[in-house]
Design a protein around this ligand. Structure first.
Ligand code: DGL
Length: 266
């Protein structure tokens, strides 16, 4: 029997993680739950974020009969993991900024962390930096606007390049050589980011590490036919553009999740 993997985020960002996991474990069934009704998570009150995520994910775990949960959101993972793990009996994989490999990779020992306002200000992030990058200068850049630009891209709307460049200009000017994409939305814009920064800046995210972690947790075989992929959202509707993108990404349906799975998505 193939494993059921629940991947969770506030919006489309977690798809960057799901893609990496699915490449390693194509035969699993994927449930992609995104809480777009409460996006952006990077600006949510912390208690609200913990309670909301724990409730939603716990319900989805039951409904999807999930074997593993991937919290594919740095803003949530840097905050909710202890509370979530206390409620669940299955493995919970969190996604946190790739500070450790970035510190090893950087030649000039000058890193940037590009993440949501929530993630850049978390104690968890501060601890990561102190633990793994104490020999580096680490500049933090918080942006929710970039989250929306990634949402635009996946909804097949044009990405506003002027807005993008305004966000990125101070990062480029800082002289760092390694930029941690500490929000799962940002690898969606990897091409745009890399083309703005050029090859001088190395972009790093956590997706391959997460895929490796999931593989290590699975007991079932990874080969076999591709499993099914189903998307679940918390708003009543999603745009036609996003629906098309999800279909192109192999999701056979995208349905509302309000604590239970609707019939058409089951
Ligand atoms: N994709 C999420 C992250 O990794 C959060 C985006 C948001 O809703 O602010 O932090």
């Amino acid at each position: 029997m193939s494993a059921n993997i629940l991947v969770f985020d506030s919006g489309v960002g977690g798809l960057s993680i799901l893609a990496a996991v699915r490449e390693q474990v194509p035969s699993a069934n994927y449930y992609y739950l995104f809480d777009n009704a409460r996006l952006p998570y990077g600006e949510l009150d912390e208690q609200e974020l913990i309670q909301g995520c724990v409730t939603l994910i716990s319900q989805a775990v039951v409904q999807c009969q999930a074997d593993i949960v991937v919290v594919a959101c740095n803003s949530a993972s840097t905050l909710i993991l202890p509370a979530l793990r206390a409620c669940l009996r299955i493995p919970v994989v969190g996604v946190v900024p790739a500070i450790k490999p970035a510190a090893v990779l950087s030649r000039n020992k000058h890193l940037g962390l590009l993440a949501t306002p929530g993630t850049v200000n978390r104690q968890y992030t501060q601890d990561l930096i102190e633990q793994f990058a104490s020999d580096c200068r680490v500049d933090r850049f918080g942006s929710s606007e970039l989250v929306y630009l990634a949402e635009d891209k996946m909804a097949q709307r044009p990405v506003d390049s002027e807005a993008l460049h305004n966000i990125l200009a101070p990062i480029k000017a800082s002289g760092l050589d390694t930029l941690v994409l500490g929000c799962t939305h940002f690898p969606i814009l990897r091409e745009e980011l890399q083309s703005y920064f050029g090859e001088a800046v190395h972009l790093l995210d956590s997706s391959n590490a997460i895929a490796a972690r999931v593989v290590s947790l699975l007991e079932t075989s990874m080969s076999g036919e591709r499993g099914k992929s189903q998307a679940l959202h918390t708003t009543n509707t999603i745009s036609e553009g996003l629906r098309k993108t999800l279909a192109a990404w192999g999701f056979r349906s995208a349905t509302v999740f309000n604590g239970s799975l609707s019939k058409s998505g089951s």
